[in-house]
Design a protein around this ligand. Sequence first.
Ligand SMILES: NC(=O)c1ccc[n+]([C@@H]2O[C@H](COP(=O)([O-])OP(=O)(O)OC[C@H]3O[C@@H](n4cnc5c(N)ncnc54)[C@H](O)[C@@H]3O)[C@@H](O)[C@H]2O)c1
Length: 259
Amino acid sequence: MTDLSSKAALVTGGGSGIGRATALALAEAGAGVVIADIDEAAGQETAGLIDAAGGRSAFVRTDVTEWDDLERAVSFTVETFGGLHVFHNNAGINTGWPDFPEAARARWEKVLAINLWAVIAGIQAVVPAMRSSGGGAIVNMASLAGLVAYGTDPIYAATKHGVVGLTRALGGLKEEANIRVNCLCPGFVDTALPRRRLADMPPDQRARWEGALERIPMIAASEVAEGVMELVGNESLAGEVMVLLQGGVRKLVPVPGFT
Ligand SMILES: NC(=O)c1ccc[n+]([C@@H]2O[C@H](COP(=O)([O-])OP(=O)(O)OC[C@H]3O[C@@H](n4cnc5c(N)ncnc54)[C@H](O)[C@@H]3O)[C@@H](O)[C@H]2O)c1
């Protein structure tokens, strides 16, 4: 396991699902972990789990679509744990029902804001602190939906394709600032997110989707956290896109059209 005992980490969306699993894994590796989430109760709960396991954690309420909140989360991390070396750029949502193009504009604009604007802004907010800390690792949360034609939620797919492109384009930060930017593309993960869109569906649609989700082999959030830890720990990886499938299968994705 990578030793992060002198390091500080910031996890957006660390209150549940994948972010919580990553926050626990980073703390287990020794990092001081700041959980930044819009849901205060959930974020505090993750911090409590880390503390109960003997780790170091702190919570800062953060709406990742607010620049001031992002800047506060970064300065809070530096003040609390003496730097910023690992950033899991993770908070994300799906569009919900009905899908695009029927989806209300405010709803798909919110998906763009959280899944893409905030991922870009998050990187801009952490880079100065990472430079001052001597460098670090950024792991952006993309999705298999960022690589394939995910017709279920086209807006979600567009944001995740954006995260994949952004990650590849930022590979050069390794040379320039010793900051390695990579991203992870899991298939369906067993968290609240895939089921959230069912809530607004008409009953017949919901029954069909519930059945489909039961048949899909789900990845455990802890398996995704292992992928994040590999991207954090492997010093040779920068600008890489890693697919993660059920059973812990992890593969780097070649740039399409060039291999
Ligand atoms: N679950 C999946 O099937 C799956 C698959 C691939 C990728 N992902 C991606 O993984 C990431 C985490 O998803 P998850 O499955 O753990 O979902 P989740 O719903 O369990 O967790 C998302 C967290 O983000 C927080 N959040 C939402 N809006 C926020 C905001 N504006 N500011 C700060 N925090 C906010 C929520 O409070 C929550 O704690 C997302 O980017 C998602 O797109 C999920």
